[in-house]
Design a binder for this molecule. Structure first.
Ligand code: 5GP
Ligand code: MN
Length: 356
C-alpha cells in the first residue's frame, strides 16, 4: 500500500492515542454506512487497546446497520442528551469521522465544538473546516473507512483488527463505493478488501443487511417513486424524484427506506445526474448523484445549503417541496455547461424521453 498519509499527522495521532483513555468517536447527522462503519471500526480497535471508547452520534442510524457488532452501544444525542453530554465532557480525545464542518453534526455540533478534549479529524470530504489538533483529510479516498484502514496500518495496529472491526470498516467501503462501482479508481482499495477479508470481515452479511435488505413498504415506495414520480429533463440530462410527507406516510416510511433510490435514474443511458427531494419533518432533504464528474456538489452548494462529493452530494431546503423543486428547475440551465460533450452523442435513449 502506498504511503500517502502525512507522517506527522500519523505521529501526532499515535501520541494522542497513547495519552488518552476515554475516547469519543463521532460522525455526521443522518449517519450512513461509512459514518457508522468508521466510528464503530475505531471503537473496536480502541477497545482492543484497552481504551474506554464510546460512539456518540447526532441521531439514530438506520436499522440496516443494526447487524454491526457494537451497534447497541451507540449513543444518539437526539435521544440521550445528558448521557452523550457526560461522555463528551469526560472524554480526553474526540475523533470526528466522515464530516468536514461542525454544521454537519446538526444539534450535536455545539457540544463537540466546545468540548475541552483535543479533536482529530478523519474524513474524505473537500474543504475541511474543523478546529482539530490533527487532521486526516483525503477527498481522494473512497470512504472514511478506507482512510481509517490506512491510518490503522500506518500506526502499526492492523494486527489489532478483529472480525467485528473488519466488518464495520468494510461496511463503509462497500456502501460508499456502492459495492465497488463508484469512487474507487485506486486499485489499492482491493488490497484493503483482501486484508479485511483475511481478518474475517463478513462481506455476505454486509451485502445481505446493509445493501440488499429492504422492507416490503420500502420496495413499494421505491416502485411508486420510479413509476409515478420520476421526472426527466432531457436537455439537462437530469432526473428528479420528489416524495411528499403524504406519499411517505402512505408507504409507512421509516428512516433508510429511500436509501439508494437516487441512484436508480442514473441507470438510464445518457443520464448525467439525478436528484431526490424528500419532505422530512424539519426540512426538504436533497440527495444528488452524478456520473462523468458532473458537479452535483455544486448544485447542492449553490441551491440547497449543502455540499459533499462531486458525484454524491446533498443538502437541505427550508420551504415547501414545490418551492424546492421549482428552485432546481429554474436553475437547471446554469449547469448544462458541465455536461461532457461526448455525452451529447450517447443520446439514443434519453432524447426519446420527453419527461412526465
Ligand atoms: P446522501 O445523499 O447519501 O444523503 O449524501 C451523500 C453525500 O452528500 C454525503 O456523503 C455528504 O457528503 C453529502 N451531504 C448530504 N447531505 C448534506 C448536507 O445537508 N450538507 C452537506 N454539506 N453535505 C451533505
Ligand atoms: Mn463517507
Amino acid at each position: 500500500m502506498n504511503k500517502i498519509l502525512n507522517p506527522e499527522s500519523v505521529k501526532k495521532f499515535e501520541t494522542l492515542l497513547d495519552e488518552s483513555n476515554k475516547v469519543v468517536l463521532t460522525c455526521h447527522v443522518h449517519p450512513d454506512g461509512d459514518a457508522i462503519g468508521s466510528t464503530l471500526g475505531l471503537w473496536h480497535l480502541l477497545r482492543s487497546l484497552g481504551k474506554e471508547a464510546s460512539v456518540v452520534v447526532p441521531d439514530m442510524p438506520p436499522r440496516s446497520l443494526r447487524f454491526l457488532s457494537g451497534f447497541k452501544e451507540i449513543a444518539a444525542y437526539s435521544r440521550h442528551d445528558p448521557y452523550c453530554s457526560r461522555l463528551v465532557g469526560d472524554s480526553d480525545l474526540i475523533i470526528c469521522c466522515d464530516f468536514n464542518k461542525p454544521s454537519r453534526q446538526d444539534h450535536l455540533a455545539p457540544l463537540i465544538e466546545n468540548a475541552k478534549a483535543p479533536k482529530v479529524l478523519i474524513d474524505h470530504h473537500e474543504g475541511p473546516d474543523m478546529d482539530c489538533v490533527a487532521e486526516f483529510s483525503y477527498p481522494e479516498m473512497s470512504s472514511t473507512c478506507e482512510l481509517v484502514c490506512r491510518i490503522i496500518a500506518a500506526c502499526g495496529l492492523f494486527g489489532n483488527i478483529n472480525k467485528d472491526c473488519a466488518t464495520a470498516l468494510l461496511t463503509g467501503i462497500i456502501t460508499d463505493t456502492q459495492n465497488f462501482t463508484v469512487n474507487c479508481p485506486n486499485p489499492e482499495i482491493y488490497e484493503i478488501l483482501i486484508r479485511l477479508l483475511e481478518k474475517g470481515a463478513d462481506k455476505k452479511k454486509i451485502i445481505d443487511e446493509a445493501v440488499k435488505a429492504i422492507s416490503y413498504d420500502s420496495l413499494k415506495l421505491r416502485s411508486y417513486a420510479l413509476a409515478e414520480k420520476l421526472e426527466i429533463f432531457p436537455e439537462s440530462r437530469g432526473a428528479l424524484i420528489t416524495l411528499s410527507r403524504e406519499e411517505l406516510d402512505r408507504f409507512h416510511y421509516e428512516k433508510g427506506d429511500s436509501e439508494g433510490l437516487v441512484n436508480e435514474p442514473l441507470n438510464i443511458r445518457g443520464m448525467v445526474f439525478s436528484i431526490f427531494m424528500r419532505e422530512d419533518p424539519d426540512c426538504i432533504k436533497v440527495s444528488a448523484r452524478s456520473r462523468y464528474n458532473f458537479p452535483v456538489s455544486k448544485i447542492c452548494g449553490d441551491l440547497f445549503n449543502g455540499g459533499g462529493h462531486l458525484q454524491a452530494a446533498g443538502g437541505e431546503f427550508n420551504g415547501t417541496l414545490d418551492e424546492c423543486r421549482n428552485l432546481l428547475i429554474s436553475h437547471l440551465k446554469d449547469y448544462d455547461k458541465y455536461i461532457p460533450q461526448r455525452i451529447e452523442k450517447l443520446d439514443a435513449d434519453i432524447n426519446n424521453i420527453t419527461g412526465k
